[in-house]
Design a protein around this ligand. Structure first.
Ligand SMILES: [Zn+2]
Length: 86
């Protein structure tokens, strides 16, 4: 009976260790512009003037379900203007 409990404890330790190792090993996501808030020290491209800048300094715009970031409010406004004229 005691052996069974011991086996149970070993199994639980093994599961915990395995999930811990999997978590530690999973690579950091480096998807550009997709996950807002998760990564903020990433460089993204301004879709209007095509300049690269840190995402955390960007001006956010949500248009047609897409998250866009601009280097300045001017770029965002110009982009919106251009976009709405299409
Ligand atoms: Zn810009």
């Amino acid at each position: 009976m005691r052996l069974l409990i011991l086996l149970g404890i070993i199994y639980l330790c093994y599961r915990a260790l395995k999930s811990w190792m999997l978590q530690g090993r999973s690579p950091r996501k480096t998807v550009f512009g997709n996950t807002a808030g998760e990564i903020d020290d990433v460089m993204i491209k301004d879709p209007f003037c095509e300049i690269y800048f840190p995402k955390k300094d960007g001006v956010h715009l949500r248009i047609d379900g897409k998250d866009l970031y601009f280097c300045s409010k001017e770029c965002r406004d110009k982009f919106v203007e251009k976009y709405s004229k299409k």
